[in-house]
Design a binder for this molecule. Structure first.
Ligand code: AMO
Length: 435
């Protein structure tokens, strides 16, 4: 049974004959010998030494099977073990024009992502991501939340009409889902606390380092909760995922040169920063926002927070901050108004430290049918598209709430990636829908 390159790097294999499979990662030919570094199908690599005649015609990324004897030698690259090759079976000789080498532009790497995902950086990212998803799932299961799946073809907007992807659905018009939230809200009446991981789609017209057109959305919803309950869930979940991920993926994070000292501090509680206070802090620093016409003015109460203001608020923080109590006017129709403070929404965003900004958004949902209908109309949405959603307020409405977390936003913070596109294998943005 062939082994992976990473498996044979252990004293128990020294002196033994093994067979490994993989792809030619590096190739150095000398007069008599050739040094072939083989990459396995989980990113592990090992050097194999052959007599030069045995590898004639071999190219980078050719797929091969190597049989040889494991040798321990401190000078061997990649961990002190290598294989003295006896035989080599070639599955495919790769074309000599393999486009991915040591240095190329970010754009080319994106154009060739189907090949670039073989790079060690992308393999490390994929492994961290798999662990983050696994840890999140286990946290929900262990804490009594039920996993559900919501549809991704829908009739209604959740997060504003301007970022909807329209599609022809037989003879009707439908949209790609922006959030599973409304469906999770329906499910809590039957299933209690639920969570889901589904792709969400946003036709984001802006090119930023934190927006994708398709992202992995981790969402949770529960009945009978107060805002504070929803915040507790988020800080516990995020802290648990980070603490476990930095242990389980220490090697990959080190490969990405991510110093995790700051992440080790991420433990509950996270600061609760009232929105008004956040604006006050920004004003005290003379923070200005840019109007649509390009003019600048000082930020004031009533303005939404954006990438720049979130960066300003979190640049010196060592843990995430919850900004709570946004004006209802800057939040979607479903946000519940604080009965004691008119105009204030019982909603909160979690901002990651060091300028990474918003990674979750959530809060309590409007549970009164009259207020909800008014808000739907006020937002210019068609109440008919929300018929079924309004039923939830008609038949046994309960106080409830939840949140949504962008997996790629969390990944960007954990890995310190410059751009959110690096945290997903096949990114979708305004200007990219292939490969
Ligand atoms: P919101 O629109 O704030 O809220 O989205 C929730 C979280 O999803 C992530 N996110 C994105 N990630 C990458 N690219 C994007 N274009 C993008 N847009 C959003 C962010 C964000 O915090 N239904 C509500 C949440 C709720 O109240 O439950 C919602 O979707 O991490």
């Amino acid at each position: 049974m062939p082994l992976r390159a990473s498996q044979i790097k252990s004293p128990e294999y020294v002196g033994r004959e093994v067979t490994i499979r993989g792809w030619v990662y590096r190739l150095r030919k000398q007069k008599e010998n050739a040094f072939v570094i083989v990459r396995d199908d989980r990113g592990g690599v090992v050097q194999c030494i052959f007599s030069a005649d045995k590898v004639a015609g071999l190219t980078i990324e050719s797929s091969i099977e190597v049989t040889g004897v494991v040798i321990q030698d401190a000078r061997a690259p990649e961990g002190g073990y290598e294989i003295k090759g006896k035989s080599i079976k070639v599955y495919n000789i790769a074309g000599i024009d393999y486009p991915i080498g040591e240095y190329q532009s970010d754009e080319l790497l994106l154009d060739k992502r189907h090949l670039a995902l073989r790079t060690r950086k992308m393999v490390a990212m994929a492994k961290i991501r798999a662990t983050v998803l696994d840890l999140s799932r286990r946290w929900f299961v262990e804490n009594g939340w039920m996993e559900v799946t919501a549809p991704t073809i829908v009739k209604g907007a959740v997060e504003g009409g301007s970022t909807l992807f329209k599609l022809k659905y037989f003879d009707e018009e439908a949209y790609l889902s922006q959030s599973a939230q409304l469906y999770l809200e329906a499910m809590i009446f039957a299933l209690g606390p639920v969570w889901s991981l589904t792709p969400s789609f946003r036709a984001e017209k802006s090119r930023t380092v934190r927006h994708l057109a398709e992202f992995s959305h981790l969402e949770a919803e529960a009945p009978w909760v107060m805002l504070e309950d929803i915040l507790l869930v988020q800080e516990q979940l995020v802290s648990h995922v980070i603490q476990s991920a930095i242990k389980e993926r220490a090697e990959e994070l080190a490969y990405l040169k991510r110093d995790t000292a700051d992440l080790k501090k991420v433990e509950p509680p996270f600061e609760r920063l009232p929105y008004d206070k956040a604006i006050e802090m920004l004003r005290s620093k003379g923070f200005a926002i840019t109007e649509e016409d390009g003019s600048k003015r000082e930020i004031r109460v009533g303005d939404d927070l954006n990438i720049d203001s979130e960066r300003e608020l979190t640049k010196d923080a060592s843990k995430p901050i919850f900004v709570i109590g946004y004006p209802i006017a800057v939040k979607p129709f479903y946000v519940k108004e604080d009965p004691d403070h008119r105009g204030v929404g019982q909603a909160a965003d979690m901002l990651a430290p060091a300028g990474f900004g918003e990674i979750t958004s959530g809060g309590l949902r409007e549970d009164d049918i009259v207020s909800m209908t008014e808000r739907i109309k006020k937002e210019g949405l068609d109440p008919a598209a929300y018929d079924w959603y309004l039923d939830l307020r008609k038949y046994g409405s309960v106080p409830h709430g939840g949140f949504g977390l962008g997996i790629e936003r969390l990944m960007r913070w954990i890995t310190n990636a410059d751009d959110i596109k690096d945290t997903v294998l096949f990114p979708r943005t305004m200007s990219r829908v292939t490969p």
